[in-house]
Design a protein around this ligand. Structure first.
Ligand SMILES: Cc1cc2nc3c(=O)[nH]c(=O)nc-3n(C[C@H](O)[C@H](O)[C@H](O)COP(=O)(O)OP(=O)(O)OC[C@H]3O[C@@H](n4cnc5c(N)ncnc54)[C@H](O)[C@@H]3O)c2cc1C
Ligand code: FES
Length: 339
């Protein structure tokens, strides 16, 4: 019996993973794992169980044209009651997790191993999950809830390390003048305990099948570094990556050495930096990072675009991309709203 890892991503960003046999359709595999996805006919006729397979290979049993048209099939839409996976797969379902799941997200105890300021306003936080429990595994680009030590609150942070590194997790966190996590980080010490809960998020690295454009504002670079670390480790990745990265001032930039290292490791990457308020010896581009977007970097619309940062940056980039003819299904975004 051959099994593969199936990752279901619900509309609210919650993720559930389980092993599925090639012999079982996804509906049965879900039942075996206490996940009750939406179904009705179970015969491939009603489309109630429809989702989108964003990564991996599969085949389908019988289904009607009414339930799944040829165009939908080509867009990798799937009827999960007829779908059998033949590799690890990620399937997005268009409804909230509470409909299908009774359990809570995985929560792990973790301890702080490193904390330091790495730019004028960004802290690097490294935490090690309790080695006695299974690690929280994620797809690059996703985020978790970190509890704020000494409070009953939590905040959302994107993993900045590669998805295959689950022994410790790295986060890049903008330190505000005042804020629960920001205040904690000013006094954080290695050995402090916190919880890591998740993963969550529909913003994650898709299979690299076309050129990639990444636009990062501030600590929006964090999930991009996770994706780039993962891409660079995938030896078969041939697609070029263009990273547009912006900050308010030059002193806020971080991760530049890590980014420079990707080319040395064989990734075809071009990086452009942009600063809103140039001070000191800055002689690079100025303005908002979205001003670096221009038609010639879109490969005629055949590219995957990843956007992460403050909401106005995402809104501006999405509006421009739509106007420029990039299909919305190729644009993936995470807004760092207050969490
Ligand atoms: C999915 C997701 C992923 C995220 N990932 C990251 C990440 O990887 N790195 C990261 O730095 N942040 C990330 N954030 C933002 C993060 O969750 C917190 O909102 C942020 O760190 C502020 O937390 P705090 O406890 O210090 O401040 P809070 O106590 O939450 O807020 C204090 C005050 O500051 C305001 N505020 C909150 N955020 C900002 C901001 N960015 N700029 C200005 N004012 C603000 C609040 O409205 C409030 O008035 C993410 C948010 C989401 C939703
Ligand atoms: S449940 Fe009707 S098509 Fe799958």
């Amino acid at each position: 019996m051959t099994t593969h890892k199936v990752t279901l991503v619900f509309e609210d960003g919650r993720v559930v993973k389980f092993d599925a046999s090639e012999d079982d359709n996804i509906y049965f595999a879900c039942l075996k794992n206490k996940v009750r996805i939406l179904t009705d006919c179970l015969e491939g006729a009603c489309a109630t169980c429809k989702g989108v397979c964003t990564s991996g290979t599969y085949y389908m049993d019988e289904f009607t044209d009414e339930a799944l048209t040829a165009e939908e099939f080509d867009r990798r839409e799937v009827l999960t009651c007829q779908m059998h996976v033949t590799s690890d797969c990620v399937i997005e379902l268009p409804y909230e997790s509470r409909i299908a799941l009774k359990s809570k997200p995985d929560t792990r105890n973790a301890s702080v191993t490193e904390v330091e300021m790495i730019s004028s306003n960004v802290a690097r936080l490294v935490v090690k999950p309790d080695p006695a429990a299974d690690p929280v595994s994620f797809i690059s680009g996703q985020y978790v809830h970190l509890s704020v030590p000494g409070t009953d609150q939590h905040r959302s942070y994107s993993f900045a390390n590669a998805s295959f590194e689950t022994g410790k997790y790295t986060f890049y966190i903008k330190v505000l003048e005042q804020g629960a996590m920001s205040d904690y980080l000013s006094n954080a010490t290695p050995g402090d305990e916190m919880t890591v809960s998740g993963p969550f998020g529909r913003f994650y690295l898709r299979p690299a099948q076309r050129p990639i454009v990444m636009v990062a504002g501030g600590t929006g670079l964090a999930p991009m570094l996770s994706m780039l670390d993962t891409l660079v480790a995938q030896e078969e990745t041939q697609q070029p990556v263009r990273l547009l990265y912006g900050a308010n001032e030059p002193g806020e930039l971080f991760g530049l050495d890590q980014i420079a290292g990707y080319a040395a490791q064989g990734l075809d990457i071009t990086t452009e930096l942009c600063i809103v308020e140039p001070v000191g010896a800055w002689d690079g581009a100025t303005g908002h990072v979205t001003e670096l977007l221009r038609p010639e970097i879109l490969n005629g619309g055949d590219c995957d675009v990843y956007l992460c940062g403050p909401p106005p940056m995402i809104d501006a980039a999405e509006a421009w991309l739509v106007e420029s003819g990039v299909d919305g299904s190729q644009v993936h975004a995470e807004k760092f709203v207050p969490s």
